[in-house]
Design a protein around this ligand. Structure first.
Ligand code: DGL
Length: 257
């Protein structure tokens, strides 16, 4: 039976996990949230890379996963190319999948990207969009306070609403498509929708599908599991993840790598 490893800097990656669970009902899944080190997006690229390799080594060498989903844009930008060389298992990230979907959906070629400071600094979205189509206008806005806010579960209150509004105000009016360039942001998507009228792209679905293209369907042999590991506050993780997934999580194991 196969096991798929999914990781993020914290709880945000559950937005991708949700789609992976849908696409792979016959496979085991191990989720790792490196919440002790969140937000990754405020760190130096070298530091983010080292953290990603530590988590992925755990997934590949200790948990023996058969594939890795980098459920984090910041980690995708900082470490995906190295991870692909380092491991013998398939590795998929979120950025190229978000880009594909954005291009499919935009009508006027004006695309906004909201993401962490590190993701914006690396220009990973800008580069991938322009690799495919140089005529796209890409408007990037960094949202440094979102990840911390979501990790703490401060989602539905006046302050978070004002913060969302103030970040989105930085986008030009003609943007018709907005990429949620951080996997934490789907957790506040319904609030983002109050301040952005247009298409919203969450790369999660396409990411899970892209893994399916590589490894195909699993085969049912026995009851499957989804296990959760976090390096930070397991109780807070559980609360926020359960709320988003709409299911009960039995156990979240705290482990510091
Ligand atoms: N979910 C991560 C991403 O997609 C957030 C990174 C962070 O911890 O800042 O970029």
């Amino acid at each position: 039976m196969r096991t798929i490893g999914v990781f993020d800097s914290g709880v945000g990656g559950v937005s991708v996990l949700k789609e992976v669970i849908k696409e792979f009902p016959y496979d085991n899944i191990i989720y790792f949230g490196d919440s002790l080190h969140a937000p990754y997006g405020d760190r130096e690229i070298e530091e983010i890379r080292a953290l990603c390799l530590k988590v992925s080594d755990f997934l590949v060498y200790e948990k023996k996963v058969d594939a890795i989903v980098i459920a984090c844009n910041t980690a995708t930008g900082a470490a995906m190319h190295i991870m692909k060389e380092r491991y013998h298992v398939p590795v998929v990230g979120v950025v190229d999948n978000g880009v594909k979907e954005g291009i499919r959906i935009t009508k006027n070629k004006n695309i906004g990207v909201i993401a962490t400071p590190a993701t914006i600094k690396m220009d990973i979205y800008l580069k991938e969009f322009h690799r495919i189509d140089k005529n796209l206008n890409i408007y990037q806005v960094k949202c440094p306070l979102f990840v911390g806010m979501i990790e703490k579960g401060w989602i539905d209150n006046e302050e978070s609403s004002m913060l969302i509004k103030s970040y989105l105000n930085n986008l030009p009016q003609n943007v018709d498509t907005l990429i949620l360039g951080c996997t934490h942001y789907p957790l506040i998507e319904k609030y983002i929708k109050r301040h952005f009228i247009g298409n919203i792209v969450d790369p999660a679905k396409e990411t899970a599908k892209s893994l399916k293209m590589i490894i195909g369907d699993g085969i049912y042999t026995q009851k499957t599991f989804t296990k959760f590991f976090v390096s930070g506050d397991s109780q807070k993780f559980k609360e926020v993840a359960q709320e988003f997934l709409g299911t009960t999580i039995d156990e979240v194991e705290k482990i510091i790598l």
